[in-house]
Design a binder for this molecule. Structure first.
Ligand code: IMP
Ligand code: MG
Length: 376
């Protein structure tokens, strides 16, 4: 049946895990295909908080198969720590969690090396760059079968092809975000994998994707260093950070915060071919009197609507804003788009227009699974 992929449209931390958890209700298999334990995915179900770094966040739904595919750099110690924590929470993993037998391993020396060389970039220190480097140098180690891991190892590309042919629904869970992509992101301030659409094919071996869902947070954040045109260093930025709980799930670092950037988003749509957008964290804007959207950049006095590929030009970009009146009320109890406050609808309609009118498939209005407006 349908294969869908979920990709962060900004710099990561768009709220992917919540969207995946929501979409996973209709799928049979959830797959991670790039990155590693640098990801931090938080899901809240019934007030209970789960944080994942390696295990696909679909694992919370009791009947899903979860797969870590070949494109992930696999940290066995971290993996079993998560497995043990999940088991302690009463989540049954038996026979439904598998790992590719050709994924590359993250080893202790990769983390040591990352701690020494990753500071300029502001990496998560999880050994991701050094592990991918050894993979590229063709001296990496792959998931050799330790006793505990052996029963979980599979040829995941074959497994997924077979499942697809049998009519299963498969959801591919992207980690990080579009502008952390090693090619298209703000190099060198990027991660060491491709985070854009191509990596779902190489990182899992799948050859067919039906739906590409972009996760779009209604403001922008970034952890670590690098250019960020709409970054706010004022009270609004502070408020976004506090209200949005914008602290790294992996490193605990406060995230840099700024207004929504539609120049960035259009580039993200160009790169990934999003067929739908999942809108997240709308409720974080509830208390703001004025809300801004960046529509264009001013680069050296030249106005442009196109995101520059050159990071030095990006570093000089000054945002040109449109200003909106806030709705200044809670969104609790809103069940449909029509039921949202008038100013929230005006804001979202304009956002959509600035994003090539790609359809929304959901709007998240709070961290819990129940605080979600589904759009048909
Ligand atoms: P690395 O992936 O640990 O090598 O870090 C490279 C850059 O990507 C740093 O700026 C990190 O903060 C950022 N990064 C890595 N993983 C994530 C993520 O899951 N969310 C947000 N930023 C991330
Ligand atoms: Mg995260």
């Amino acid at each position: 049946m349908a294969n869908s992929v979920v990709i962060g449209s900004q710099w990561g931390d768009e709220g992917k895990a919540k969207v995946i958890d929501y979409l996973a209700m209709d799928v049979d298999i959830v797959v991670r295909y790039q990155g590693g334990a640098n990801a931090g995915h938080t899901v809240i179900v019934g007030g209970k908080k789960f944080v994942f770094h390696l295990v696909p966040s679909g694992i919370i739904s009791p009947d899903k198969i979860c797969i870590i595919a070949n494109g992930v750099v696999f940290d066995e110690e971290q993996f079993f720590q998560e497995v043990d924590e999940l088991a302690e929470q009463g989540i049954n993993l038996k026979g439904r969690l598998f790992v590719s037998d050709i994924a590359h391993l993250v080893l202790p020396h990769h983390k040591t090396q990352d701690a020494q060389t990753g500071a300029k970039i502001g990496t998560t220190g999880r050994g991701i760059g050094p592990a991918y480097s050894e993979k590229a140098l063709r001296c990496g180690l792959r998931t050799s079968s330790s006793k505990r891991l052996a029963p979980m190892l599979i040829d995941s590309a074959h497994y997924l092809y077979d499942a697809w042919k049998k009519g299963k629904n498969i959801l591919f869970e992207g980690a990080q975000g579009t502008f952390l992509d090693i090619d298209h992101g703000t190099y060198p301030f990027v991660t060491s994998s491709n985070t854009t659409i191509g990596s779902v094919y190489t990182g899992s071996g799948i050859s067919h994707i039906d739906e590409v869902i972009g996760i779009v947070k209604v403001y922008t954040t970034r952890v670590g260093n690098g250019p960020f045109p709409t970054e706010l260093l004022d009270e609004d930025g502070q408020n976004l950070q506090t209200i949005g709980g914008e602290k790294g799930a992996t490193t605990g670092r406060p995230r840099r915060c700024g207004w929504f950037d539609s120049v960035l988003l259009r580039k993200s749509i160009q790169l990934n071919g999003f067929t739908k957008l999942a809108i997240t964290k709308l409720d974080v804007l509830n208390s703001f009197k004025k809300i801004k959207i960046c529509t264009k950049y001013d680069i050296d006095g030249k106005i442009t609507e196109q995101f520059p590929s050159n990071p030095e030009a990006l570093a000089k970009a000054k945002p040109v804003y449109e200003v909106f009146d806030g709705w200044q009320c809670s969104l609790d109890g809103c069940k449909t788009f029509e039921g949202l406050p008038e100013n929230a609808k005006i804001f979202l309609n304009r956002l959509k227009e600035l994003c090539y009118n790609v359809k929304f498939n959901m709007i998240s209005i709070g961290p819990d699974r129940s605080q979600t407006i589904g759009i048909k």
